[in-house]
Design a protein around this ligand. Structure first.
Ligand SMILES: CC(=O)SCCNC(=O)CCNC(=O)[C@H](O)C(C)(C)COP(=O)(O)OP(=O)(O)OC[C@H]1O[C@@H](n2cnc3c(N)ncnc32)[C@H](O)[C@@H]1OP(=O)(O)O
Length: 433
């Protein structure tokens, strides 16, 4: 495996900027247990968690060996070995419309200690990560956010959304398709590779998803094998759906919460459900909805185009809570736009405004009948003008151009832009990172 992202030196602009405040920006040495532990403790503290036991921290260290961890250090602090700010980044494949993928820069673990907030440290780190992604030739940076107010100023914008569902199961009767396969209870180890292969199929079929290798923390925690997840893993139940030929086509991970006053009022919480076929989808949903002693099913992180409500007899038995989920930041317009495929042939001149400069310019975008696209700098009068944020929201086809025109982030022919950026599959990111 080549690791240019590990070999690339720390961003010099932000290093120099933070040095003027007596702070040191540097890459964390993940081969050093101590360097990793202090960084990991700072992340836990930044997200208001508690420090992990040493053994768990060591297990976690093994899982981030290929990631780029950065810390900001203050030698004048009472604990100078502990970073006052952190980031955690890695290159990850992002799925795009047309079944294509492109490596993007995943940014996570952004924390600044309460003692050092609101003096520009996060700005220095995030701008450093954007320049790092550019230096690595990655056209897009991506993240999921703790607060939706932080990242627009850096050019990020929501590109895929997610829903939490709450379903009153006593109100619903299954009206969806009958299925002919079987649901099996399985162990995490039984799902480790088989489940990953199913998730990989849905990853390729769904724009906006991020690849999680089968040894990665992001994958393992979905099936109860995350470091430090022992208590929640004990409660986790895993089921796999096999079709009538015995081929695994889907799986779900869920847990049950008891109502002490009434044993018939359990809540079943679906932590993960992945279905590679419509039959697996129907079978897994029916399985959880018809669980005895359960009156409520909650499901986290579900796609916005979930067909479930059309498979039960009471549309209003499903309460939907929707929020932004995947945020994108375009860094290289030609590389980002040519990474996906298109449904219509067109030639359009786009003006992109990027205060940080990475994506700024005017581009001729030509799409053809086969879904291909070429993009080149162009001096013509633009047909459409947009912020770099708006282009990030359009890339996966998950945000209508007419919405962005209404906000003023885009000017131009909304219908034409919608035809161009439309994705036949609604974008969806199946994990947090
Ligand atoms: C991808 C992820 O990891 S998401 C997780 C983000 N981290 C967290 O939520 C953990 C708790 N919060 C923190 O650690 C810090 O408060 C951070 C990282 C959000 C901000 O760190 P700071 O160093 O204080 O931010 P910094 O001083 O660089 O501020 C940069 C800009 O963001 C703004 N900003 C900072 N925090 C917030 C916030 N919570 N909400 C809205 N705006 C914010 C600042 O006003 C500033 O704006 P400006 O430069 O346009 O005037």
């Amino acid at each position: 495996m080549t690791t240019p992202h590990l070999d690339l030196p720390i961003d010099e602009t932000s290093r120099a900027r933070l040095a003027t405040d007596g702070l040191t920006l540097r890459i964390v040495d993940t081969s050093s247990p101590d360097d990793f532990r202090t960084w990991s403790d700072a992340v836990d503290r930044g997200f208001l968690g508690s420090s992990s036991p040493a053994e768990q921290t060591e297990q976690r260290r093994a899982r981030v060996q290929d990631d780029r961890l950065v810390g900001v250090y203050d030698t004048t602090a009472a604990q100078p070995e502990q970073p006052v700010a952190t980031t955690h980044c890695w290159p990850a494949d992002l799925s795009l419309p047309g079944g294509r993928t492109r490596t993007a820069w995943a940014i996570s673990g952004v924390t600044v200690s309460q003692t050092h907030r609101r003096r520009g440290i996060a700005r220095a780190m995030i701008e450093a990560e954007l320049r790092t992604a550019v230096a690595l030739g990655l056209p897009v940076a991506m993240l999921t956010v703790s607060e939706s107010t932080i990242y627009p100023r850096f050019g990020f914008s929501p590109a895929a959304f997610a829903r939490d569902l709450t379903i009153s199961t006593r109100r619903v009767r299954w009206t969806g398709a009958e299925t002919s396969g079987r649901v099996h209870h399985v162990t995490p180890e039984q799902l480790r590779h088989v489940g990953h292969a199913i998730a990989d199929r849905t990853f390729r079929a769904t724009p906006g998803d991020v690849a999680t290798p089968d040894a990665s923390h992001l994958w393992l925690r979905r099936i109860g094998l995350g470091v430090g997840d022992d208590e929640s893993a004990k409660k986790l139940r895993l089921v796999r759906f096999d079709d009538q030929h015995g081929a695994p086509q889907g799986f779900a991970a869920f847990h049950l919460e008891e109502d002490a006053a009434d044993v018939t009022d359990h809540t079943l919480v679906v932590d993960t459900m992945v279905a590679a076929t419509p039959e697996a989808y129907a079978a897994l949903w029916r399985f959880v909805l018809e669980t005895d002693l359960v009156s409520t099913v909650k499901a986290h992180l579900r796609p916005v185009d979930e067909p479930l409500r059309w498979m039960i007899d009471d549309f209003r038995a499903v309460h939907v809570d929707e929020r932004d989920h995947l945020w994108l930041r375009i860094l290289d317009v030609p590389a980002a736009l040519t990474a996906r495929s298109y449904s219509v042939a067109d030639h359009i001149v786009l003006r992109v405004d990027d205060p940080l400069g990475h994506a700024d310019g005017t581009f001729g975008v030509t799409t053809d009948e086969s879904g291909g696209c070429t993009v080149a700098p162009n001096g013509d009068v633009p047909d459409a003008t947009m912020t770099v944020n708006a282009l990030g929201s359009l890339l996966l086809g998950g945000v209508p151009a007419r919405t962005l025109v209404a906000t003023g982030a885009v000017t131009g022919d909304a219908e034409r832009l919608d035809r161009l950026f439309h994705s036949p599959v609604e974008p969806f990111l199946s994990t947090w990172f």
